[in-house]
Design a protein around this ligand. Structure first.
Ligand SMILES: [Zn+2]
Length: 127
């Protein structure tokens, strides 16, 4: 079990609290990643989407947010999102060149490679 943490950074001009529309734990916010199979090293051709809203039951117990099968070696892996750990990117952090933790992903069998920010981020005006 490996937890991958997704951090964001950026230059915010007169803007603060940069994050997904609802919050960092917006259930509808969809993350798009390419995944690499930990068994054979095959990388998925297309990005796979994962969101807190999309839950799937696990064979034994609990739920996960993505179950994916490697096209090459057929091994199955899961990606479970862990909410409650992220925070918006503030103007102060941005000026200091700091990163903000957005979301934690518990990946089993797959390693996330490219994060593709296809969804819109929002911020509010700095006062
Ligand atoms: Zn594989």
């Amino acid at each position: 079990m490996v937890n991958y943490m997704l951090y964001i950074s950026g230059e915010l001009e007169n803007l603060t609290n940069f994050q997904p529309r609802g919050s960092v734990d917006d259930p509808d916010f969809t993350y798009y990643f390419k995944f690499k199979c930990e068994n054979c090293g095959e990388v998925t051709e297309k990005e796979t989407c994962v969101s807190l809203n999309g839950t799937l039951p696990l064979p034994k117990k609990g739920t996960t947010n993505l179950i994916q099968k490697c096209k090459f070696c057929k091994r199955e892996g899961t990606v479970t999102m862990i909410p409650g750990r992220g925070s918006p990117l503030t103007n102060d952090s941005s000026e200091l060149g700091k990163y903000a933790l957005l979301m934690v992903f518990d990946c089993r069998g797959f390693e996330p490679l490219d994060f593709v920010p296809l969804m819109v981020f929002y911020g509010r005006n700095k006062i």
